[in-house]
Design a protein around this ligand. Structure first.
Ligand SMILES: Nc1ncnc2c1ncn2[C@@H]1O[C@H](COP(=O)(O)OP(=O)(O)OP(=O)(O)O)[C@@H](O)[C@H]1O
Length: 238
């Protein structure tokens, strides 16, 4: 039996008459961290949004825990156990606590109350700022709030679109550290990124170019491919 949590295959999608994905697909197994790499405009955001139902697929299949979700609305996908963190991460006009409430809105009230205390224990900076607006936090704290908001619903899979966007290297390290802790506790992660530091978290990598999946494999295999190594790590190695 397959241990895939999420399987997407043969996805075509786009905007109006503009096609952005061409037969794209990927899978994420239970407790696995998958990083989706690709240059600007490759279609990473489109693929992530298609998986979440925020962009409608024109063709293809998406299943989660063996159930076809391709026709489900986004809220149903979230209830099924897939959390989504956009590049922005949180709602800047809402307080820290209200952001977490939105993230946990599908949990029973008593369970959410217990869980929010756990989250505050895990993220003490957020506990200190629970009444502050999301928009008043620093860029790094906003990302941490985004992660906490996504985790507030107790997902089995956390899907993230470029968590490093707008962050200084120090905060990138902090976000990777926090994600690593949740990965180690069994959460599956799907991360669309250009920042190669996130490969430190990855069990497997996909590359997306021109809306098509190119490479699929381990980080070691990515290094072993000379062209991909140049494309993704070249600048670092000079
Ligand atoms: N709302 C839109 N309307 C029309 N075309 C769009 C829209 N959003 C994205 N596209 C196009 O779809 C393609 C894929 O864009 P997408 O944002 O998914 O790429 P990306 O890999 O996430 O890029 P980046 O790393 O720059 O965010 C691009 O050609 C882009 O111009």
């Amino acid at each position: 039996m397959s241990t895939d949590l999420l399987t997407a295959s043969g996805l075509d999608a786009g905007y109006g008459g503009v096609q952005a994905l061409w037969g794209a697909g990927l899978s994420v197994r239970a407790k696995e961290t998958v990083v989706l790499m690709g240059p600007n405009g490759a279609g990473k955001t489109t693929l992530i949004k298609t998986i979440m139902g925020l962009v409608q697929s024109w063709k293809g299949e998406i299943s989660f825990e063996g159930r076809n979700i391709v026709h489900d609305r986004t809220d149903k996908r979230v209830r099924a156990g897939i959390a989504y963190m956009s590049e922005i991460g949180c709602f800047p006009g809402l307080s820290v606590e209200d952001n977490l409430r939105i993230g946990g809105q599908f949990l029973p009230a008593a369970e959410f109350k217990r869980h929010i205390d756990d989250l505050y224990d895990r993220f003490p900076t957020l506990a200190q700022k629970r009444r502050a607006l999301g928009g008043s936090l620093s860029g790094g704290q906003r990302k941490i709030l985004g992660v906490a908001k996504a985790l507030a619903g107790k997902p089995r899979l956390l899907v993230m679109d470029e968590p490093s966007a707008g962050l200084s290297p120090l905060f990138v390290r902090e976000v990777i550290h926090v994600l690593g802790q949740f990965r180690d506790s069994g959460l599956a992660l799907l991360i669309a990124e250009q920042n190669i530091r996130f490969l430190d978290l990855a069990d497997r990598v996909y590359t997306l170019e021109g809306g098509r999946i190119g490479f699929e494999g381990t980080v070691q295999a990515l290094h072993a491919d000379a062209a991909l190594e140049r494309a993704y790590f070249g600048l670092k190695k000079t």
